[in-house]
Design a protein around this ligand. Sequence first.
Ligand code: C5P
Length: 231
Amino acid sequence: SKVVAVVPAAGVGSRMQADRPKQYLTIGDQTILEHTLLKLAAHPDITRVIVALSPGDDYFSTLAVSNAPWLTTVNGGDSRADSVRNALSTLADDEWALVHDAARPCVNHDDLDQLIAMTRRPGFGGAILATPVRDTMKRALSGATAQPVVAHTENRDNLWHALTPQLFPAQALLQAIDSALAAGVTVTDEASAMEFAGHQVMLLDSDPANIKITRPADLPLARFYLQQSLM
Ligand code: C5P
């Protein structure tokens, strides 16, 4: 079956403290978004890529990649989940949606391949790239205070970081996001909607270098990881 990449890129990236949305900052001679899109399009099983953009986006049309034949755009929404659902509503019944953050240009080919290969397994219903938590995890007492204090230590066993891409049947994912949003559930990734709808989600252990560029210090780190992958 067909795998379509969905790239939410409609965020403003306020935590980057930059003069433009973070996906348009450059690493080498390409923007973060271009690195991400070209990584996805390089996979032989990804037939097309849909990018969700902010309706006021002035940057995308200036990129060389914007005219690529495998690429289409949709308007993003107020939240990441809304942006993803706008893209999913353009997909066909037999398509798989591989949803990947614009802000994760360092995803590597082998992990992309490990995820897409799952669609050839009988009965497969969905999976995400993930990496086990390494640090000891503290839950702080709730309520914003100047100095957070520990309520308790979470059990680190079986605790994972959810990364992207996340791969699900497109229509099942669309329905899951709609029902999760309608129920007021916080949908920070696709898996959270699928879990809410009662679907099983597989965790694929993958490279933690697949960081989401969020804060200024992440940019040199991403540059380093991208250079490593070219050597
Ligand atoms: O802000 P955060 O890092 O969680 O965003 C994750 C991804 O979702 C980014 O690629 C961002 O551009 C995208 N996003 C979106 N629409 C929004 C908010 C975020 O497509 N309304």
